[in-house]
Design a protein around this ligand. Structure first.
Ligand code: AMP
Length: 231
C-alpha cells in the first residue's frame, strides 16, 4: 500500500538513502513506490545501465557483457555514472540509491563525493532475505518490456502467460535472471557487496528490514526506518 506523501506522517521530508541487499530482495520495487509517493528521486544503477545498453551508448557497450554474465560492471564506470547523476539539479533533495554502492571502493567514492557537497547519507537500509527465497524470486521474475511492470511466474503470475496485465506488452526474462547468471550474481554479492554491511554498521548508518515479508509490510518497515533519527 503506497500512501500519498506524508500520509502516514512518518517519513522525514528529506532523505539521502542507500537500499542495500542482494539481487531479488525487492529494493527496486520499494524504491519505486516510495519515490513516487514522496517525490524523491529513484536512482537505480541497473536501470540506468540497461537504458545505456538499449540506446547503444559507449557505456552500454562496455557494460553489456558484464551484465549478461551476472558480473558487476567495473567500479570506475559505475562511479562516474552515479556521480554525474547526483550532480544534476533534481538530485539536490531526497533520493534513493538502489543497487549502488555494491563494492567498498564504490561506497568510499560515494562518501567522498557526498562529503564534498556536505550532503552525507541519512540512512542505509539493508534488505535481508535468505538465499532460498532469492533464488525463487530471481529465476521466476519476468517483466514487461514496455512499462516495466514486474511479475513472478510462481508468486505473482500475469492473468495471461507472457502478457502484461497493465499494458498488454510482452513479458520477458532478464538475461541475468537466467539460472546460470543468478548463481554468479549471488556469489559476487556475498563476496563484494557483503563487506558493505560492516562498513555502514561501523558508520552507524545501517538499519535492517525483513525483506521476506509481504511488500506492504516491507514498505511499512522502510517508512518507519526513514522516519527514525537521521544524520
Ligand atoms: P540490478 O538491476 O541492480 O540487479 O543490476 C543489473 C546489473 O547491472 C548487475 O548485475 C551489474 O552487472 C550491473 N550493475 C548495477 N549496479 C551496479 C553497481 N553498483 N556496480 C557494478 N555493477 C552494477
Amino acid at each position: 500500500m503506497t500512501g500519498a506523501a506524508g500520509a502516514q506522517g512518518a517519513t522525514p521530508r528529506r532523505y539521502r538513502t542507500v537500499f542495500l541487499g542482494p539481487p531479488g530482495a525487492g529494493k527496486g520495487t520499494q524504491a519505486k513506490s516510495l519515490a513516487a509517493a514522496d517525490g524523491a528521486l529513484h536512482i537505480s544503477t541497473g536501470d540506468m545501465l540497461r537504458e545505456h545498453v538499449a540506446k547503444g551508448t559507449e557505456l552500454g557497450a562496455r557494460a553489456r557483457e558484464y551484465m549478461e554474465g551476472g558480473h558487476l560492471v567495473p567500479d570506475a564506470l559505475i562511479i562516474a555514472m552515479v556521480e554525474e547523476r547526483l550532480s544534476r539539479p533534481d538530485a539536490q533533495s531526497s533520493w534513493i540509491l538502489d543497487g549502488f554502492p555494491r563494492t567498498l571502493p564504490q561506497a568510499e567514492a560515494l562518501a567522498r563525493s557526498l562529503a564534498a557537497h556536505a550532503q552525507p547519507l541519512t540512512h542505509v537500509l539493508y534488505f535481508n532475505v535468505g538465499r532460498g527465497v532469492l533464488l525463487q524470486r530471481l529465476t521466476g521474475r519476468w517483466s514487461c518490456g514496455s512499462c516495466g511492470a514486474i511479475y513472478n511466474v510462481q508468486f505473482r503470475p500475469p492473468a495471461v502467460a507472457g502478457v502484461c496485465d497493465v499494458c498488454a506488452g510482452a513479458l520477458r526474462q532478464r538475461d541475468d535472471d537466467r539460472p546460470e547468471a543468478v548463481g554468479v550474481r549471488l556469489e559476487e554479492y556475498e563476496r563484494l557487496t557483503g563487506p558493505l554491511l560492516g562498513y555502514y554498521q561501523g558508520l552507524g548508518l545501517l538499519r535492517e528490514v525483513d525483506a521476506e515479508a509481504d511488500p506492504d509490510v516491507v514498505e511499512d518497515q522502510v517508512r518507519e526506518v526513514l522516519s527514525s533519527a537521521s544524520n
